[in-house]
Design a protein around this ligand. Structure first.
Ligand code: NDP
Length: 610
């Protein structure tokens, strides 16, 4: 068995690596977990103002609609599109930003691009007749595609932009939802579908002095091109005479740093934990390939990708990229069990054996990532500091071919804080390792809130039957049927990552959810039912299914370096199982919903009224 193989044969010493990972994690563990970050409110509120649009003026809206859809990102757009396909005309989307796009509306930083192949990540390509220009499309192309979807499905006529919901409350007498917003809107909706997005609220590092900085500063999700010059493709001419600090080295920073390095007079990269940065290998779309695509190609490709990601067998790995390579390396050919359906389906291999072989494969993979730093970065100390010492899926894997070479530029300095993070911000710049770095501009690439309360991230509370809030209902754990409906909140659909099948391709997850939600709404409308709620036993059974199927490996998460994948180093015991995904993955989940539909009785739902 792999674990028994001697270090000499393996080419590395597993025990030494385990010890190194433990030391690196211990440096970063901190008692305050999520509370370390600064909530962007009050004097910091300007960090979340919309720099991309002028405030509009409009009258409050009071007319009733059939379906209110919260969010104009990939989730809201797909729900809107599926509802239109189902013939629902009375829709109203409510979106904080000034246009459609969601995360792609906000994240316009230089270098922004999708990390999942565009042919499966950009939704509804066949429906809108579009083929992305590159394997990994850049942000402007993705945002334009969001607008294309909205135009194609005629959603612009039904959207309230620059509008934040303040409350959603069930009305017993009307048997409808009352939606109120910060623009004075107050309207009833029979159904509500909430696609707020899992990472929509930016956060700042919780260090003293942020407000004292006299230079310019902004968060990556509110990029100030008036200051930097250039655009999402780079060419940041405004920085030619500027000393710039960027704080954070997560997936966002990895993409922005090459452009900052190319344009700024001086760039200081403040790193707490290095990311794993694998090969990107982007390429233009071959027009002949695009012409050869047959109807149904996008769904087929999406399903092929998600199948590979759970270790399932496919004739050909169609996407064949960094994601599938990692999983293939971690699983395929190393498991003695029958993994035809993936390790979440039938024929699961022995868990202990799987755990051992995956750990060995993980060491190999991460050694390869670390070797990339040595091979690319000339300065030995910098190369060493850029090496991640944790298991591959402790943090979001990144893929980039220009990130590591950026550290060979004479104007770029890596400030490695060795797990401690920056000390503080002063009037003049950033203090790290006790040393002050004077800069003209600080860019916070410090990420988004994940583990904070739902109502804080959404910006509003949902009051169900009898005034029960969704936060209260879920305070001891998420409880749903199929991850999208929860008892006591009739006609309400929640689009999230809890209790649904997962995939590294979030678009696939949203595709399955949006089709399901449109189907249930359509079914209620066809029956003339006023309400559709969840049967208690069905909800209990689904929660039980989630917990039993969970493969959340608490030991794995505890051994990980802190980050949002493990609740900043504090994995929440059993709750991590209940609040997690449906472990067998999106393909198994999708099949389960298809079988539920085919059975015909819509079991677990109760329709009433009408
Ligand atoms: P992350 O949360 O991944 O990164 C935040 C960074 O800030 C980390 O490097 C973190 O360090 C660092 N940080 C936080 N506090 C401090 C501090 N006090 N001192 C120094 N550094 C600090 O946010 P991102 O915006 O990079 O990415 C969020 C998610 O968005 C990704 O995981 C991904 O899911 C998605 N994304 C997807 C992209 C794509 O598809 N192309 C591109 C960009 C983002 P530490 O690691 O130590 O916590």
């Amino acid at each position: 068995m792999a674990q028994d193989t001697a270090p000499a044969e393996l080419g590395f010493d597993p025990d030494a690596l385990r010890e190194k990972y433990r030391q690196e994690r211990d440096k970063r563990l901190r008692a305050d977990g999520n509370a370390q970050y600064l909530e962007i409110t009050g004097e910091y509120a300007h960090y979340i103002e919309d720099p991309y649009v002028q405030p509009d003026v409009r009258e409050p809206v009071t007319t009733e609609v059939e379906v209110a859809v919260v969010g104009g990102g990939h989730g809201g757009l797909q729900i809107g599109a599926r509802l239109r396909m189902a013939g629902v005309q009375s829709i109203r989307l409510i979106e904080k930003g000034g246009d459609f796009g969601g995360t792609w509306y906000w994240n316009r930083y230089p270098g922004a691009a999708c990390d999942t192949e565009a042919y499966i990540y950009m939704p509804l390509l066949e429906e809108t007749g579009y083929v992305p220009t590159e394997k990994y499309a850049k942000a402007p192309e993705i945002r334009a595609h969001c607008q294309r979807i909205a135009q194609h499905f005629d959603l612009y006529r039904d959207v309230l932009f620059q509008t934040q919901i303040t409350e959603v409350r069930w009305q017993e007498d009307a048997q409808k939802w009352l939606v109120t917003t910060d623009r004075g809107d107050r309207f009833l909706a029979r159904f509500i579908a909430m696609a707020n997005g899992p990472l929509n609220r930016p956060k700042l590092p919780g260090v003293p002095g942020i407000e004292s900085f006299k230079g310019h500063s902004f968060h990556t999700s509110r990029w100030d091109y008036d200051y930097t010059g250039g655009d999402s493709y780079g060419n940041l001419t405004g920085l030619a005479d500027k000393r710039v600090a960027i704080i954070g080295t997560g997936a966002t920073a990895i993409q922005a740093i090459p452009h900052l390095g190319a344009s700024a007079k001086a760039l200081f990269v403040f790193q707490r934990t290095p990311s794993s940065v694998d090969v990107r290998a982007n390429r233009a779309t071959d027009p002949e390939w695009a012409k050869s695509l047959q109807p149904g190609w996008q769904r087929h490709r999406m399903e092929n990708f998600s199948t590979v990601l759970v270790g399932g067998q496919v004739e050909e790995d169609l996407v064949s990229d960094g994601w599938t390579e990692i999983i293939t390396k971690l699983l395929r050919g190393r498991v003695s069990g029958n993994a035809t359906d993936g390790f979440g389906g039938g024929g699961a291999p022995d868990a202990l054996e799987l755990g051992k072989v995956m750990e060995m494969a993980d060491f190999e993979k991460m050694n390869q990532i670390r070797a990339r730093a040595d091979a690319t970065v000339h300065d030995k100390m910098t190369a060493e500091a850029l090496k991640p010492y944790y298991r591959q899926f402790c943090k979001r894997p990144c893929f980039h071919d220009e990130y590591l070479p950026t550290f060979n530029r004479p104007n770029v300095t890596l400030v490695n804080t060795d797990g401690k993070g920056i000390d503080r911000i002063t009037e003049k710049g950033v203090v790290a390792n006790g040393q002050e770095y004077e800069v003209d501009c600080i860019i916070y690439a410090s990420g988004f809130e994940v583990g904070t309360p739902l109502e804080r991230r959404a910006g509003y509370e949902v009051y169900g039957k009898g005034g029960l809030t969704l936060s209260d209902k879920w305070k001891d754990g998420v409880a749903t049927l199929h991850g999208m409906q929860t008892r006591g909140f009739p006609n309400c659909f929640i689009v999230g990552l809890a209790q649904v099948g997962g995939s590294a391709n979030i678009t696939h997850v949203l595709d399955v959810q949006s089709r399901h939600i449109a189907y249930v709404i359509e079914s209620a409308l066809e029956r003339g039912a006023e309400t559709v709620d969840v049967v208690q036993e069905a909800e209990d059974a689904w929660v039980d299914t989630i917990i039993r199927a969970s493969m959340a490996n608490i030991t794995f998460l505890e051994n990980c370096t802190p980050g949002y994948y493990n609740n900043e180093g504090q994995p929440n015991g059993e709750l991590i199982r209940q609040n997690g995904a449906y472990a067998p993955g999106i393909m198994a989940f999708s099949k389960l919903l298809d079988a539920w539909k085919a059975e015909g009785s819509l079991s677990g739902l109760e329709f009433a009224g009408g």
